[in-house]
Design a protein around this ligand. Sequence first.
Ligand code: AP5
Length: 258
Amino acid sequence: MNSPVKNDRAEWLQGPSADGSVQCSAVPAEHKNPWRLILLGAPGVGKGTQAELLTGRLGACHLSTGDVFRAAKERRDCDQSPAMKAAMEYMRRGELVPDSTVWEMVRERSHCLLNCGGFILDGFPRTLGQAVSLRDLMEKEKLSLSAVVNYELPVEEIVQRLSGRRTCEKCKSVFHVTERPPKVEAVCDRCGGRLFQREDDRPESITVRLEAYERSTSPLIQFYKNLGLLMPIAAKGSPEEILARTMEKLDKLAAGAA
Ligand code: AP5
């Protein structure tokens, strides 16, 4: 007898089950013109927050490689591959996980990229190597990117956002102690899970992450600019204001494409 299918995003983030009995609860509905977006920007600029809001508006699949790695960390020690254990260490220090491990995780979830409702990639690609792997896969599948949204914010505000961030241990929703506080302290508004502070939001890891961003990820700005896909957005103001700015540009893009 087949085991019943369980729609559980937190469990699904830990990896596809061999029998397909666990699926993401947020599978998007099919769209005629699905959005296929990459969110770029320094750590803490608000990519995850915007990805959640955009997912609500656009109905696309939200894939965050950071969430996938954090979910893998919650697996029992014996269920973690050596590559995954090494990835945890890179993350803890604020360094980038090697491209081969990242690509393996993304490939395992390639139905997020290939589904007919579109996708919003948050934290991936993060190196030129990852961008090339993604481009090759999309070319093979005859899919094209709609846009690459690049969120821009001064570094002092980034550090302030990172140091006040709190994340739900169950559904991964993101809050901020002063800017986006939960209704009940330390409890997730969405699922009632416990909110915690990420290990890599300590000051020493923040510095390493910002350096890794400058060195490895910021070259992607030019890469996507050359492809005519870059959409710069000021990440100042409230999440809703930034969402409105993003939607305005996406609507213009859609109108131009129609
Ligand atoms: P990842 O989880 O992707 O972290 P990141 O890119 O460093 O981005 P963050 O999640 O820190 O920030 P965000 O931009 O999403 O901001 P958020 O919305 O949370 O990656 C973590 C690690 O995993 C990496 O360091 C690396 O080791 C590894 N990794 C992952 N992907 C990888 C890859 N592809 N290759 C190699 N390694 C990889 O917002 C931040 C805070 O600000 C929150 O508290 C939020 O509530 C608040 N906030 C958001 N918007 C606003 C606003 N408008 N005003 C005020 N506060 C706001």
